[in-house]
Design a protein around this ligand. Structure first.
Ligand code: SAM
Length: 347
């Protein structure tokens, strides 16, 4: 990160060193002085936000993050979640795509080592187990779409149980790691809800392992997934778990800047979009430092057309109360023609 002004860059280096050494007040003072050199440098305002928040100057932090956002609306550094966590804005519906992409582009080279070894990540193994418990372990899916495929850990598990698998992810560097494994038949760099909205094909299985933690409001995602599933197709996902609180809040942005969702929220929103729950396991899928992170592992099924107006689950009639928007081609496995062993990456 450079401002184009050497003196400003040096001051920021000093401020970073002060922040790292645990002196945010001194860092804040150096950063404030730097404003006279580069008043419109977005990253400087973001750093002021960090130093001010860490030294308990909340209002200064809010002003600095807001200024960063005004100067840099794509929000690559993620000021929006900071503003929400400071209580200055409502909880966002998701994290800024540019922020997530930048985060994972930087993380990609060490992602697997860090997650598998450092954080004992179990997501793909547990999700496949849940899928098998619903579909039977000898099922071979015709077509699978892996949302937020990352470096391909889920794809590696699914490759053996499907004829065709595509992955979609915001981060080009994560997609490049996936691509190098040769696990996916096609890979796409895209925001996942936008990708689903623009696609016209139908899949037998859609997966999202450790991805919903970057989305707060899941209604658009569930709606888009339902439209891209064949009748009877499965949506298998994991989410960080939280309890609905006394005020009825059922999804929460955590200080980790990841979202957690309650089981009630997931089941309700899925049901509103024509997905009925087939499996729910509450378990630990990874750690965050020393803390075990409780998670949901869930598999939903797209309600078959003939069943949509009837409650499939008499004790949970709300699960199927809403009609899924009909789609002429739903129910057909329309990837058959494409099952050839070409590998393609579109970016
Ligand atoms: C924690 S990683 C999980 C990767 C993989 N599913 C796994 O289990 O190893 C989350 C991935 O989701 C991607 N991601 C997050 N939000 C996304 C979005 N809205 N659209 C597309 N990809 C997204 C990130 O870029 C990242 O690669």
């Amino acid at each position: 990160m450079t401002s184009g002004d050497l003196r400003a860059d040096r001051r920021v280096e000093t401020a970073r060193a002060l922040l790292d050494s645990g002196d945010p007040t001194a860092a804040l003072s150096v950063l404030e002085q730097t404003l006279e050199l580069t008043p419109d440098w977005p990253e400087l305002h973001f750093l002021i936000g960090e130093a001010a928040a860490t030294s308990s100057h909340r209002d200064r932090a809010v002003a600095a993050y807001a200024r960063y956002l005004a100067l840099s609306p794509d929000d690559r550094l993620g000021a929006l979640p900071h503003l929400a966590l400071l209580g200055a804005t409502p909880q966002p519906d998701g994290l800024p795509p540019a922020y997530v992409a930048a985060l994972f582009d930087e993380y990609a080279p060490r992602f697997e080592r860090s997650l598998l070894i450092g954080l004992d990540y179990q997501g793909p193994a547990q999700l496949l187990q849940a899928i098998n418990s619903v579909s039977g372990s000898d099922t071979v899916f015709g077509s699978v779409l892996d949302l937020g495929c990352g470096t391909g850990l889920m794809g590696e598990r699914l490759r053996k149980v499907c004829a065709w698998i595509e992955g979609v992810d915001l981060s080009p560097a994560m997609i490049a790691q996936s691509s190098s494994k040769g696990v996916y038949d096609a890979l796409h760099v895209s925001e996942l809800t936008a990708y689903l909205a623009n696609d016209t094909r139908h899949f037998d299985l859609v997966t999202a392992a450790d991805v919903l933690i970057y989305l707060g409001d899941l209604a658009p995602l569930f709606a888009a997934v339902t439209r891209r599933l064949v009748d009877g197709g499965l949506f298998a996902m994991t989410a960080e778990a939280v309890e609905t609180d006394a005020t009825g809040l059922d999804r929460r942005l955590r200080p980790s800047r990841r979202f957690a969702h309650s089981a009630d929220y997931l089941t309700r929103v899925a049901g509103e979009h024509g997905l009925v729950q087939r499996c729910h396991k509450r378990t630990v899928l990874r750690r965050d430092g020393p803390d075990a992170i409780e998670a949901h592992v869930m598999v939903f099924e797209r309600v078959r057309a003939g069943d949509r107006l009837h409650a499939l689950s008499p004790e949970r009639p709300e699960l199927v109360q809403q009609e899924v928007p009909e789609d002429q081609t739903a129910g057909h496995h329309d990837l058959g023609d494409q099952i050839e062993h070409t590998k393609m990456v579109d970016q």
